[in-house]
Design a binder for this molecule. Structure first.
Ligand code: FES
Ligand SMILES: [Fe+2]
Length: 438
């Protein structure tokens, strides 16, 4: 029995929350995964305590001395870049008696002076000064134990910085599995790399955090939940696409380790700033967008260039990183504060050095659909909160769509099953072989 086994229940009560019945093509999720305090307590340890979690993008700490402070899974972290250009990730807690040494969200400076008793640390986390140093023996920090505590693991993949609170977890690149290729498609859009623009958007929802993972790659809800957006595009652009067709173009893929993508190439009705022009942007913008597309094709070759420029991707990286590379690029993470409530952070990613006109198209696109007041987000949040209320009735969710096909479309639910199978594997320490299949 391990630390999380509940007497009399073992791990089987967790495994039993997913009914993966391949013979009968039924996949069900016990709704107590969205409501149980006991489930959340185990998620905090096993999922948020062991998986790789997104922290920030390298563009947020570009210059020497710059820093960002941010909570990840309830832990306060501090990301810095030193004079030599090295990145560091510390826990944002003073090694004296715990206060946050950095109270700003971001900045640039020589280091941090704890506001409580004024211990001072440099950007490498070294304790460099304290008032009344004589009261401690001279050798007090010879082994560095009073320096800021380093996070157990951090790593960078294509500009995306991840942390992991367990030393035992596999290296990031292995953890990402097939999702690495998709992060690269996002990162390759700009010839000079990508950068986070503007600040973070922060909002909350009265719904379990896992529902946002599901929702973010769920093509089935697109037409019914977001019909007003598709109507708007059709009215504006004289769009040829019927709303009902939008969810049926493209496919979904299991990227390994619980990651999944919902994808199509060149098929969706909105414009992509890099680079798919739509009439709603006006004739004047056409030449610029086409030139951007050409640059991508020349730089990456026709095959990869087409995927990068014309592909639309909604991706989940287990457990809670969503990257929507669609009419704009949004990076989103979210954490539970209770079984029925989560805090959400999202950022916009854009090519570094993008023209003002292109950035303007991007921001409009972002605000229209992806922002907290856009066409999509309020409708999604409403549906999530509505479902959370429904879970008070108990019962099971059904995620069986497409279980008998090896080529699932976006309106099927392979991507949800990919997440849930991994969830069960991590939560109930199940065998990896359970992760495969439709
Ligand atoms: S808690 Fe930071 S100096 Fe005392
Ligand atoms: Fe949605």
């Amino acid at each position: 029995m391990n630390a999380f086994d509940v007497p009399g229940r073992g791990n089987d009560w967790l495994a039993g929350m997913i009914n993966d019945d391949r013979a009968n093509a039924r996949f069900q999720v016990d709704r107590t995964v969205f409501t149980g305090e006991d489930v959340l307590a185990i998620e905090r340890e096993r999922i948020f305590g062991q998986c790789w979690l997104y922290l920030a993008h390298t563009s947020e700490v570009l210059t020497p001395g710059s820093y960002v402070s941010r909570d990840v899974a309830g832990r306060p972290l501090l990301l810095t870049r030193d004079k030599e250009g090295e990145l560091h990730v510390f826990y944002n807690t003073c090694t004296h008696r715990g206060a946050k040494v950095c109270r700003e969200r971001r900045g640039n400076g020589g280091g941090f002076v704890c506001p409580y008793h004024a211990w001072a640390f440099n950007v490498k986390g070294e304790l460099v000064n304290m008032p009344g140093r004589d009261a401690l023996p001279p050798e007090a920090n010879d082994n560095g134990e009073l320096d800021l505590m380093r996070v157990e693991q951090f790593d960078v993949f294509k500009g995306f910085i991840f942390v992991c609170f367990s030393k035992k977890t596999e290296p990031l690149v292995d953890y990402l599995a097939g999702a690495g290729d998709y992060l690269a498609y996002v990162a390759d859009q700009g010839p000079n790399g990508m950068e986070i623009i503007g600040g973070a958007q922060e909002y909350s929802a009265d719904a379990n955090w896992k529902m946002l993972t599901e929702n973010s790659v769920d093509g089935y809800h697109g037409a019914p939940t977001h019909s007003t957006y598709f109507d708007y595009l059709r009215d504006r652009d004289g769009g040829p696409k019927k709303v009902r067709e939008v969810g049926t173009v493209g496919w979904v893929k299991n990227l390994g380790n619980g990651h999944a993508v919902s994808e199509s190439i060149g098929a969706l009705p909105w414009g992509r700033p890099y680079a798919r022009w739509v009439p709603g942007w006006g004739e004047k913008s056409r030449a610029e967008v086409e030139a951007l597309e050409k640059e991508i094709m020349n730089r990456l070759g026709p095959e990869r260039g087409k995927v990068v420029a014309q592909g639309d991707r909604n991706m989940i990286i287990f457990p809670n990183l969503v990257i929507n590379d669609i009419m704009a690029v949004t990076v989103r993470t979210y954490y539970p504060v209770a079984p029925g409530r989560m805090n959400i952070n999202s950022w916009t990613l854009a090519p570094t050095g993008e023209s003002e006109a292109s950035r303007d198209r991007r921001m409009r696109n972002f605000v229209e659909f992806l922002g907290p007041a856009g066409f999509a987000t309020p409708d999604d949040v409403e549906m999530l909160e509505s479902a959370q209320k429904g879970y008070a009735a108990g019962g099971w969710n059904d995620c069986s769509r497409g279980m008998r096909t090896n080529n699932p479309s976006k309106t099927e639910e392979l991507q949800l099953r990919t997440f849930w199978r991994r969830w069960r594997q991590v939560m109930a320490a199940r065998d990896k072989s359970e992760l495969q299949g439709p």
